[in-house]
Design a protein around this ligand. Structure first.
Ligand SMILES: Cc1ncc(COP(=O)(O)O)c(C=O)c1O
Length: 385
């Protein structure tokens, strides 16, 4: 296994921003120990493992508090942002069935920048997902969304932030449109829910997106991104607990009698739940603010450094530390090859054609200068070709 792993990207050296979020060695150790303690326990069996239920309840309550939910709110832990989005869309579909049982194929309208998880969920739920163009600043164009609303539409959504360019969609405007047209609003805050509140406390200005906005009915929030938990931890959060039957499945027409499970899986590892609880307790509000401050500092240095390289420009004006850059003159493919030769794991995106750096976290902080130096060399090299 170690031999096989030798060909993987060494994420610890900061060579990739993709796939791994890092909040420090101490945080990793806390998550690891908690996950280890609950390695064999099954989150499906809360009657046998009441401690796991308590951990879940605590984590959900803390997340609801972070997104300004009211006393009637509720939610469940899932294994991924994609699963959280699935259950939020399912709740919206169930809601629409109470009003429009005749609706064969409900429709949801999302900006083009929304995560593919919306289309995955749409396929599973029998919902048509329509993507609308973005404004010039890469945020959702609410008028374009309005034009797609028809009698079949049940939900409109925005992201906080969207993964492509790191910008937060105009959620208050999307919510106003939804109130006017009596639609469900989902906010995909898989990236931002566990960063924005702490970044704000650290002094950053981040556009509003949570339950404090009237009309927002559900939010997806990933713990395994900026929450720094173990992989396999996300949450689907709801303004009102009446949507609980949409994500808690119950059944009794089989020989064993009553069965209940929350989310998609039956058997579920308790390890990511334990890791989430432990990291949240370990860091607390102040710990997350400290990490947010460090990430914002690294992000600012990276952004300024990119903008100082002639011919390189940051795409859009990211609200959170998700970054893409493009080249004004030198050929992007040549720069990408030169960066790859220097050991960086580089991913490109299509609109606009750019390098997508993903989410910046603490393992990038020590290598910001090295990255910028490699990029300067790579740009010069590709111009000289
Ligand atoms: C904005 C956004 N939403 C949803 C997801 C999906 O999360 P997951 O990969 O945990 O399913 C991602 C993943 O990067 C994301 O960036």
């Amino acid at each position: 296994m170690k031999q096989a792993k030798a060909r993987d990207v060494d994420w610890r050296s900061g060579k990739t921003n993709f796939y791994v979020q890092f909040g420090g060695d101490d945080v990793l150790e806390v998550a690891r120990q908690a996950a280890d303690l609950f390695f064999s326990e099954n989150a499906h069996g809360v009657a046998a493992f009441p401690s796991v239920e308590r951990l879940q309840t605590d984590v959900v309550a803390w997340l609801l508090d972070l997104v300004e939910a009211g006393p009637m709110a509720d939610g469940c832990l899932t294994a991924s942002g994609s699963e959280s989005i699935l259950f939020c869309l399912k709740a919206a579909r169930d809601w629409s069935r109470t009003r429009r049982p005749d609706l064969a194929i409900p429709k949801v309208v999302v900006p083009r920048s929304a995560h593919p998880a919306f289309d995955k969920a749409g396929g599973l739920l029998g919902i048509e997902v329509v993507r609308t163009p973005l404004r010039a600043d890469l945020r959702a164009d609410v008028e374009a969304m309005r034009r797609q609303i028809c009698a079949r539409t049940i939900l409109v959504a925005g992201s906080a932030p969207q993964f492509g360019h790191g910008v937060v969609d105009p959620i208050p405007e999307i919510a106003a449109l939804a109130i006017e047209t009596n639609l469900w609003v989902h906010v995909d805050a898989c990236v931002g829910a566990l960063f924005a509140p702490f970044a704000r406390a650290a002094g950053a200005t981040i556009p509003p997106f949570d339950f404090s906005i009237d009309g927002v009915r559900s939010i997806s929030a990933d713990i395994h991104k900026y929450g720094f938990g173990a992989k396999g931890a996300s949450a689907a959060l709801f303004r009102h607990s009446c949507w609980r039957p949409s994500y808690v499945f119950t059944f009794d027409d089989w020989p064993i009698g009553s069965y209940a499970s929350s989310g998609l899986a039956g058997t579920r590892s308790a390890a990511p739940i334990a890791a989430a609880w432990a990291v949240m307790r370990y860091l607390g509000h102040d710990g997350y603010v400290r990490i947010a401050r460090q990430i914002l500092e690294a992000f600012g240095r990276l952004r300024d450094g990119l903008e100082a390289i002639e011919g390189i420009e940051v795409v859009g004006d990211p609200d959170l530390p998700v970054l893409a850059w493009r080249s004004a003159d030198a050929p992007l493919d040549a720069i990408v090859s030169a960066m790859t030769r220097r050991g960086w794991f580089v991913r490109t995106m299509t609109t606009p054609r750019a390098v997508h750096m993903g989410m910046i976290t603490l393992h990038q902080a020590p290598v910001v200068d090295a990255y910028l130096e490699s990029l300067r060399e790579s740009v010069a090299e590709s111009r000289a070709r």
